[in-house]
Design a protein around this ligand. Structure first.
Ligand SMILES: Cc1cc2nc3c(=O)[nH]c(=O)nc-3n(C[C@H](O)[C@H](O)[C@H](O)COP(=O)(O)OP(=O)(O)OC[C@H]3O[C@@H](n4cnc5c(N)ncnc54)[C@H](O)[C@@H]3O)c2cc1C
Length: 399
């Protein structure tokens, strides 16, 4: 067996990319430590898609049975108007725009699956965050907000769109907002939805609610970004904004909004992308949204995070821990896949929300038309084809 260099790896962020990277590094004989700023594993988020190559990564992790257990198993969904009258009804694959073999899961459930698969042999430090990173020839000295300073061989930022590691090591200027904000939180399933989703669009806004019947429902609000968005840490201001923007959206919106102040898992962020030429600097690298968020509007962020974690760990193994070689190969392997998905996110942003009443009427008409077509697949091909191509724009190596 080849001797590994750079065995100790600090990973910042315990959502999807961080635990997935820890999983593979542990399997290959490295010693990962994951530091997460929240006091416990973060709950929350809406349904996320797993498509194409990402499903093969899940399979190689041996996690397909767990995924199937928590899969949303949607029966379908309905577009409704301001008084709840159905506009269009679509089946499970068309509502989520999935190809055969793709799947869908609540983000919080997937984070739990990743954490459960690693918690017994990976060190997790919750409620802490990196405060400084100092690289030298043979290691990285790290200080933390709460824990004592430590030295690691490598540091990886898996800490999302607003990555702390990226800011500290690479600086600012990589985040590109796409002009939309999204907010998600748990609500009572007051409509008795059973693996069913309802979607209501008003000019400049969309509100969705989904539930599996066994669990609470999730409400998602997507809207055009305001000129000056509230501070990322000011939850009260974020909730005021959502309440204002959706005040006259009609349908069940007031009931959903009334649950917002008490929701245990309120999530609010801009739909933004991260564009970087390189994802490494010396002994530090980035993975998942921290490196290349394609934005939630692409529906591909979670897939990219899982594939990136697989490739980064695999290249470290293939290079016996030589980070210079591994980080360069990681960039070469991922570049095209990332670029195609960034483009997809950009083009989805322009079509996501109808801006005016007229555009909304056109959108509703199109939804109704698609829902009654006998050959829906054909009508949706212009949307599904690029999505499917982006989801498969990388060939996985066997490491
Ligand atoms: C609570 C939550 C809800 C989400 N909901 C949705 C959704 O509804 N739809 C969607 O498409 N995408 C959603 N996302 C984003 C989605 O999870 C990612 O696009 C994708 O899964 C890639 O994951 P990631 O692990 O790279 O980044 P993320 O999922 O963003 O995870 C980053 C992790 O790093 C942690 N972190 C941040 N800063 C620090 C720090 N300084 N120190 C230590 N840890 C830190 C965060 O708490 C988080 O756990 C959500 C993310 C979160 C965290």
């Amino acid at each position: 067996m080849t001797q590994l260099n750079n065995k100790t790896v600090l990973i910042s962020g315990a959502s999807i990319a961080g635990p997935a990277l820890a999983f593979w590094l542990r399997r290959y004989g490295f010693t990962p430590t994951v530091v997460e700023q929240t006091p416990a594993l973060r709950e929350g988020g809406y349904k996320v898609d797993l498509r194409g190559v990402a499903m093969r990564v899940i399979d190689r992790m041996g996690l397909t049975p767990a995924l199937k257990q928590y899969s949303t198993n949607m029966r379908g969904g309905q577009w409704v108007n301001a008084v709840g009258k159905p506009i269009a009804t679509l089946g499970p694959d068309l509502i989520g725009l999935r190809a055969p073999g793709d799947d869908e899961i609540l983000r919080g459930d997937l984070a739990h699956i990743m954490y459960d698969a690693t918690k017994n042999d990976v060190e997790y430090v919750f409620g802490d965050s990196i405060t400084s990173i100092t690289q030298s020839h043979d290691g990285v000295a790290v200080t933390f907000a709460r824990s004592a300073p430590r030295v690691f061989d490598l540091v990886i930022g898996a800490d999302g769109l607003h990555s702390n590691v990226r800011s500290q090591v690479f600086g600012e200027g990589f985040v590109r907002p796409l002009g939309m904000h999204a907010c998600v939180f748990s609500v009572p399933n007051h409509l008795g939805l059973d693996h069913w989703e309802l979607i209501h669009a008003a000019p400049g806004r969309v509100v969705n609610i989904y539930s599996t019947a066994q669990s609470a429902a999730k409400a998602q609000f997507i809207f055009r970004s305001p000129d000056s968005p509230p501070d990322r840490r000011d939850v009260a201001a974020q909730q005021r904004l959502v309440a204002d923007v959706f005040a006259d959206a009609g349908w069940e919106t007031p009931t959903l909004l009334s649950a917002m102040p008490r929701s245990p898992d309120f999530y609010f962020d801009s739909s933004s992308q991260v564009h970087m030429d390189s994802w490494s600097a010396g002994r530090v690298a980035l993975v998942g949204d921290a490196a290349h968020s394609p934005s939630p509007l692409s529906g591909q962020g979670t897939s990219l995070a899982l594939v990136g974690a697989y490739v980064l760990a695999g290249e470290l193994r293939a290079a016996a821990g030589d980070h210079r070689v591994a980080f360069e190969r990681y960039r070469e392997e991922m570049r095209e896949y990332v670029d195609v998905n960034l483009k997809l996110g950009e083009s989805n942003a322009s079509q996501m929300v109808a801006g005016s009443k007229r555009q909304l009427r056109m959108q509703n008409l199109m939804m109704r038309y698609v829902s009654v077509l006998p050959w829906k697949d054909l009508a949706l091909r212009p949307i599904l084809k690029p999505l499917n191509a982006a989801a498969n724009a990388i060939v996985l190596k066997d490491y």
